[in-house]
Write a protein that binds this ligand. Structure first.
Ligand code: SAH
Length: 237
């Protein structure tokens, strides 16, 4: 997945994804998933449109495809899970609220997993990078995302705890794995006014927005309780 640096506008998916083997009308079922996410409190029309555009069932194993539009996390192998749609939506909404011009924004996702959230973020932001520490998942995400042809999304294999210094700075860093603290590197790789949206905590975690206050001090604003897989160091594979 190559990012063209002459940045193409983010936008609706080009090249429709294959319908997959869902055996039901996936548009209608996805519409119901989006309604549930809205009922849970995500009101941004842009975020809801992005969820509507991404065929979540193509990111999970065929055996789980019939559950792809339940608002829950599902296993994707290697002890990892595809994030709950509501959480993907809420994280995107929190990042959007902090970004003046989303179409010009550079966003880093930590924890590509199967690539679902990355595809949603690529609908919303100008350039999206997503880093994954398990090579097999990185490769699987690449396969899952290929049919969607998202020219503004770039996948990277590596340890996201160090951020992605080669492509910094970012307007937002959105994490899909929880650490007890936000890595210092993430703060260093933000633009002025940038935010980290991440689950913070161990046993008890809160989806949190981390930003500098007027005096330049980092402030962690806990938004709601969540349960994410842990942020681990190093790479696998
Ligand atoms: N956003 C993903 C959710 C994946 S679960 C989706 O939509 O499917 C979180 C992912 O974070 C896992 O794949 C895990 O391997 C990855 N992860 C954990 N620690 C990491 C780190 N330090 N760097 C990069 N990825 C990490």
């Amino acid at each position: 997945m190559k990012l063209r640096h002459a940045r193409p506008a983010a936008g609706p998916l080009r090249g429709a994804a294959p319908a997959g083997n869902l055996g039901l009308n996936s548009d209608r079922v996805r519409g119901r998933m989006v309604e549930r996410v809205r009922a849970l409190g995500v009101r941004s029309p842009r975020v809801l449109a992005a969820l509507t555009a991404v065929p979540r069932h193509t990111f999970v194993d065929a055996a789980l495809a019939s559950r792809a539009y339940d608002d829950c996390s599902l296993p994707i192998g290697h002890g990892q899970t595809i994030s709950q749609p509501y959480i993907v939506a809420r994280s995107a909404e929190l990042a959007l609220e902090a970004i003046a011009d989303p179409r010009a924004a550079r966003v880093l996702e930590i924890g590509t997993g199967c690539g679902y959230a990355a595809a949603v973020f690529a609908q919303l932001f100008g350039s999206v990078y997503s880093i994954e520490r398990v090579r097999a998942l990185h490769e699987r995400a690449r396969d899952n995302l290929r049919p969607l042809r998202l020219a503004n999304l770039r996948l990277v294999f590596g340890d996201g705890a160090a951020g992605l210094p080669a492509e910094a700075p970012f307007d937002a860093i959105i994490a899909a794995a929880a650490g007890e603290e936000i890595p210092v590197a993430w703060g260093e790789q933000l633009v002025g006014g940038g935010v980290v949206v991440a689950p913070v905590g161990a046993e008890r975690q809160a989806l949190s927005v981390v930003a500098r206050d007027a005096r330049g001090k980092w402030v962690v604003h806990a938004v709601e309780p969540v349960r994410f897989v842990p942020l681990l160091g190093g790479v696998v594979g």
